[in-house]
Write a protein that binds this ligand. Structure first.
Ligand SMILES: Cc1cc2nc3c(=O)[nH]c(=O)nc-3n(C[C@H](O)[C@H](O)[C@H](O)COP(=O)(O)OP(=O)(O)OC[C@H]3O[C@@H](n4cnc5c(N)ncnc54)[C@H](O)[C@@H]3O)c2cc1C
Length: 354
């Protein structure tokens, strides 16, 4: 191993937590910074008076052996579980055989992926879908427990101070700590400006990978509507995905549903106010047979996923050993929760080998 380094990880989403955990385990001194009030990034759950709803990532799959082992650790810790949902496709038959349920059917947003038996989520060997329990943030919160995490630290700039790095934050100004290494685990549009003058090639890489927005609408009902599915891929109109959030394990069958709009529709409406967007999404929900909710809450994701036209580097991360600067995140590893975790591991391996 290299000498113990003092490392700053910017971003406490799964990529940053995965990277930080691996580097700390390797004996480095690691501090994690995030602009939000807690860890987890887009593995996100909105909590209100008497209700909660996952409004970012909906579930995750685990194909890589290393990630499967990590998910097994999460299951053992009680922070993740398989989600056995009745999955539908709308309109029925719109994507091959009615009831086909591979991610590839979600229009444009989720990339086609292979599954041993995509048609039946309950069949032996079928693609397993996992969720955080009792909410999607749980695995990230579990990982963060063992780390030094500074929340409400929005990193606005990196400063070179002799041979070390210092962090300029919006809330606390220039931090006193000096770091050997800074690892950015933030979405590409947020990484580019931070890298700017220090690493023009990495900055160009980040700026060249466009991310797309997504509108989410959380619906609360007095009683759970009877729908023919627990979740469905939607192939017409503004919606791409609807899910009974309360059906996920650990949610107690709460009468809460989540609607996600397509990337294209969301981008076209990204500057619209929730009051304009929500009625259009509710009209699409009504076309699926969904009743009007008792209440709704909208959330605009500006950076939900990477434009599928963008090609990330094969390494799954980026590392400049001379500067002690690195990049990880889902956008460098094919998108999705699994890609975020793998990207963090890939960067940690590169730093360990430095
Ligand atoms: C609507 C939606 C639906 C999705 N559905 C799925 C799905 O069903 N399945 C799936 O596998 N994936 C899904 N995803 C994608 C999945 O959520 C991501 O791939 C994964 O969570 C990304 O993790 P990450 O650590 O790379 O980035 P993030 O989770 O975005 O973490 C980045 C962190 O950096 C912080 N940050 C940013 N800028 C700064 C700064 N300047 N200073 C300090 N902190 C900063 C942020 O606050 C954030 O916590 C979905 C995402 C969205 C938004």
């Amino acid at each position: 191993m290299t000498d113990s380094l003092h490392i700053a990880v910017i971003g406490a989403g799964l990529a940053g937590l995965s990277c930080a955990t691996a580097l700390q385990a390797a004996g480095h001194r690691v501090q994690v910074f995030d602009k939000s009030r807690g860890p987890s990034g887009r593995l996100s759950t909105r909590r209100g008076e008497g209700w909660q709803c996952d409004h970012g990532a909906q579930y995750f799959t685990a194909r890589d052996p290393g990630f499967r082992a990590e998910v097994a650790r999460w299951e053992a810790a009680g922070v993740a579980a398989p989600w056995l949902a009745r999955l539908g496709v709308w309109p029925p038959g719109s994507a091959g055989v009615a009831g086909v349920v591979s991610e590839g059917e979600a229009r444009g947003n989720l990339r086609p992926l292979e599954s041993s038996d995509p048609r039946d989520p309950l069949a032996p060997g079928a693609l397993q879908r996992f969720v955080g329990t009792p909410r999607m943030t749980a695995p990230a919160a579990w990982l963060a427990q063992g780390l030094t995490l500074h929340t409400e630290h929005t990193v606005q700039g990196l400063q070179r101070d002799g041979g070390a790095w210092r962090l300029l934050t919006a809330e606390h100004g220039l931090l006193a700590d000096a770091f050997d290494t800074v690892l950015l685990a933030v979405p590409s549009p947020q990484a580019g400006p931070l890298l700017g003058e220090h690493a023009p090639a990495l900055s160009a890489l980040a700026s060249g990978l466009r991310m797309r927005g997504s509108w989410a609408l959380m619906l609360r009902f007095d009683a759970t509507p009877a729908m023919p599915f627990d979740a469905a891929f939607v192939n017409q109109g503004p919606l791409r995905w609807v899910a009974h959030d309360g059906h996920k394990p650990g949610r107690g069958e709460a009468a809460t549903w989540l609607l996600h709009a397509t990337a294209e529709w969301s981008e076209a409406h990204i500057e619209d106010p929730p009051e304009t967007v929500a009625p259009l999404m509710l009209a699409a929900w009504a076309e699926l047979g969904g009743p009007p909710p008792a209440a709704w809450t909208a959330h605009r994701w500006r950076y939900a996923d990477t434009d599928p036209a963008c090609v990330p580097p094969e390494t799954g991360c980026a590392w400049l050993p001379e500067q002690g600067l690195g990049l990880c995140g889902d956008w460098l590893h094919g998108g999705k929760v699994e890609g975020a975790w793998l990207s963090g591991q890939a960067l940690a391996a590169q730093v360990r080998g430095a």
